[in-house]
Design a protein around this ligand. Structure first.
Ligand SMILES: *Cc1c(COP(=O)(O)O)cnc(C)c1O
Length: 364
């Protein structure tokens, strides 16, 4: 894109809904499961649930996962007829809210199951998912507990229609933990023969051992690479650009930014971008981040500030450097993994931390 960024916004986030839909298709094919869902927690990984969820629905996705009740309510507004599971279970006293919005909690403790079963006895049976923990030690019943509970009447009263577990390191090739988890999951599955089963996240979608009835990709839908170290099979969905506010020439010895953390060793040309850590662009990118200007990757210099980033644009073509000219922070070869690495984190955190003050443009 070559249009200047709009007045009044520091940056422009462009969300390619056609790419999102294509990615769901790619994942549905790779997963080789009867059904492929979409994980749309954290505002659809920063892409905007109100637009992303209906786009996925239009492509044929019928089952969705969010993390919290409040996200479930947003998802329900966007998806009146979808099946929506809430991964973090349900907080005490909220069964009514789940039932009213036709949301299915993912239950992983005796207390949760007992409370959901009680609501089902009182007001009629509503489905839920059963979460079994096969190695994360985070959420869900431990495997022996799940096996022991298999014949318990309370489990029938809870109305389970899905059995799920979550992979610890599916993105790590040949990690023996993945196969151990798949084997443990198979044991629990055998004890709950009536339930559909779901194990794979984005990376698990590409592993034969993780096939089940329902795949649950998230990150890869939004363009993240589910197979680190291999070419990314996904299409990029998110593009982030910011406008250049000023360009200046500095002499050797000049410093840039708060606390003068960078010093020019020779005369350099600097450009100031209208975005910073208050936009969700990590301050930890200081000294490592990059932006593409006129097709050239330019390094950040000095500390990332709240609303501004300084770039060394000495190598960029002069005609690409004007007031309002775009610099690309995600896109043009800067993929989510690179941006994450440059901030000492992962692409997931970059996506889900994207700020609220960008102009959002949806393309389809
Ligand atoms: C977030 C999440 C997913 C999606 O994982 P990705 O790695 O983003 O594909 C699937 N299942 C559970 C339980 C999750 O918390």
């Amino acid at each position: 894109m070559t249009e200047p960024t709009p007045i009044g916004h520091g940056g422009r986030l462009t969300i390619d809904l056609a790419a999102l839909r294509a990615n769901w298709r790619i994942l549905a094919k790779a997963a080789e499961c009867p059904e492929t869902a979409a994980v749309i927690k954290a505002d659809a990984y920063g892409s905007g649930i109100a637009r992303a969820a209906p786009a996925l629905w239009a492509e044929g996705c019928r089952t969705f996962f969010v993390a919290h009740l409040s996200e479930g309510l947003s998802a329900r507004r966007a998806l009146p007829d979808a099946v929506i599971y809430v991964l973090n279970g349900f907080p005490p006293g909220t069964a009514r809210a789940y039932r009213d919005a036709d949301l299915r909690p993912v239950l992983g403790s005796r207390d949760e199951v007992a409370e959901w079963a009680a609501a089902n006895r009182e007001a009629g049976r509503r489905p839920a998912a059963l979460h079994v923990d096969t190695g994360m030690n985070r959420l869900g019943f431990a495997v022996p507990e799940a096996l022991a509970l298999a014949g318990d009447p309370v489990m029938a009263e809870a109305g389970f229609d899905l059995l799920m577990s979550h992979l610890v390191s599916a993105e790590v090739e040949h990690d023996p933990l993945t196969d151990r988890q798949a084997a443990a999951f198979a044991r629990v599955r055998a004890a709950y023969p009536g339930l559909r089963a779901s194990l794979a996240n984005s990376s698990g979608d590409f592993l034969a051992s993780c096939r089940a009835d329902l795949a649950r990709p998230g990150y890869a839908l939004y363009g993240g690479n589910p197979r680190p170290g291999h070419d990314n099979p996904m299409r990029p969905v998110m593009r982030l650009e910011a406008g250049i506010l000023q360009v200046r020439e500095v002499e050797a010895g000049a410093t840039a930014g708060y606390n003068a953390r960078w010093t020019a060793r020779e005369p350099r040309r600097l450009a100031t971008l209208s975005l910073g850590y208050a936009d969700g662009f990590p301050r930890a990118s200081t000294g490592r981040g990059e932006a593409v200007v006129g097709g050239v990757r330019c390094p950040f210099v000095g500390n990332v500030s709240m609303d501004l980033i300084i770039l060394d644009v000495t190598e960029a073509p002069r005609e690409a450097l004007f007031r309002g000219a775009p610099a690309t922070l995600i896109g043009d070869g800067l993929d989510l993994e690179t941006v994450g690495r440059n901030a000492g984190t992962i692409g997931y955190e970059i996506l889900t931390g994207l700020g609220r003050r960008y102009e959002r443009v949806y393309r389809d």
